[in-house]
Design a protein around this ligand. Sequence first.
Ligand code: PEP
Ligand code: NA
Ligand code: MN
Length: 629
Amino acid sequence: ELAPDTLARTDAAGFPRPLAASAPAPHRDPFAWVAEIAELTQPDDVVWCDGSAEEKQRLIDQMVAAGTLLRLDETKRPGSYLARSDPSDVARVESRTFICSEREVDAGPTNNWRAPAEMRSELDGVFAGSMKGRTMYVVPFSMGPVGGPISQVGIEITDSPYVVVSMHVMTRVSGEVLDLIEGGQQWVPAVHSVGAPLVDEHGERTADVPWPCNETKYIVHYPQTREIWSYGSGYGGNALLGKKCFALRIASAMARDEGWLAEHMLLIRITSPEQRQYHLAAAFPSACGKTNLAMLQPTVPGWTVETIGDDIVWMRPGPDGTLRAINPEAGFFGVAPGTGVETNPTAIETLTHDVIFTNVALTDDGDVWWEGLTPEPPEHLVDWRGDDWTPADGEAGRPAAHPNSRFTVSAAQCPSIADVWEDPAGVPVDAIVFGGRRASNVPLVAQATSWEHGVFMGATISSERTAAAEGAVGELRRDPFAMLPFCGYNMADHWSHWLEVGAGLASATRPKIFQVNWFRKDADGAFIWPGFGENSRVVKWITEQIDRSRGVRTDAGAVPSPVGLLPAPGALDVDGLDLSDDDLAALFDVPAEAWLAEAELTGEFFDTFGDRTPAALREQLAGLTARLR
Ligand code: PEP
Ligand code: NA
Ligand code: MN
């Protein structure tokens, strides 16, 4: 039984009340708001969406007729479609993404900041008449199961039917959301326009194109009033406003005020041969295999991994002091290239029907292809731009699918989806993992010695630049908590918030924190660790460490090192792997000189946040440096 004073600090669902007073989101009447936006953007008509299958099919049929979607062969890929974007509208635009807090310091040095009043008047001009000649859709949606204690709701207004259909897959679109809002639940207003009105300067009607967008783009967040305004792009991360804009940038600011966490993480359930269950949340920067780990097929006999989420996790301290987690999304918006039977057979099975593909290649028999789907490309394709393509083009460096081409698919049709994936109360998190792509220094796996040490591991994630990003390949890019493009407030305050949330958790079940690195290379530049399904061996050691922390196991699992606890000799199951003793030693080598050099850079990085960097993280850095010396 909970003490009366504990009860007073919990809400109706039994979850603890906010640590800090929540910024009161002004209660807005959604009907008045919709009328106001229609007045500003001047669409031809307004359609309220209900999330029904009929509504989705109607919009799909309309987009097929308009040339926005191409129906794939019904026998090869039933219920599936291909969209080709404008060639300029293929990715998130970080340089045009703004966090408009009242004070610049609250956005922090890692975000683009603009004063809210200034941005509001600028956007008033940009959105004026932006939907002329189009239909304005009103899309009420829930992130997380509708009405769940960890869920949140919003309404997206958009002039793009592609966005509406994608929101159907990626979120829970439902009229019930309006009932919750009318019942007083806080909600996030989100306005999206492709910025391509169908009238010319004389007011004459103009023809539409398959993928309307605008050269000028704005992805704007007001974290204090919890609003999103997006203009000029139809691409996922810019336009499906429930995802990065709400579930990460706005939600991280809400979570800071309300005592929970919104993170760029995957979420899995692990079952051991003894039928013990564990839940693991893991943050990795882009191109480090997050979707692959979310759909891991273990090579270790008797172990099962089930998928709960592949991109975003919301975590709240629960009534019993555990950290409860949900995947707020309802689908996967994954990168297609590199997804194949060898790398992610579960994803391939997920994609057999009812998928919207964007910017992949089209085969002559009406199916899709991308680099990495099969070892050899077909003899002829239509590439992502709609042009003829042969393998010679690929050899000349012109890929058939855009490197950031995507699939949009319901999570429910993933064969490894866990039956608890829609439990509104979430699952208890046992392990939190931070990873990056590091050829050197960072061991295959290390366990943090405390919550503070784990937060330090998250704050110091860095990853080597891949060929896809600007800058020198191999150069280290800092990506704290893998949230660099997604934190809606000062990153250093995010670290303080993590310290505070951890301190409030029950110590017996507080998640253990780990750092992993699948990408260590040998002197010849070859990956040492086989990765993919073999990563289950690391997952197994992580769960055994949790068992040890709970007294379920009493054998020695770990040995100390300057950077954390490493597997004790023999504790990591490498049975049947082709790994020499030298390989194993190389995977866990902690070169003091190189680490000291990196620690110095970490100090400089912390300095960029001035006195916002929590003292506990400065102490962690000092401790690391002392241990290395
Ligand atoms: C996105 O751009 O919508 C997206 C999911 O981004 P990323 O894959 O980089 O997280
Ligand atoms: Na800045
Ligand atoms: Mn992501």
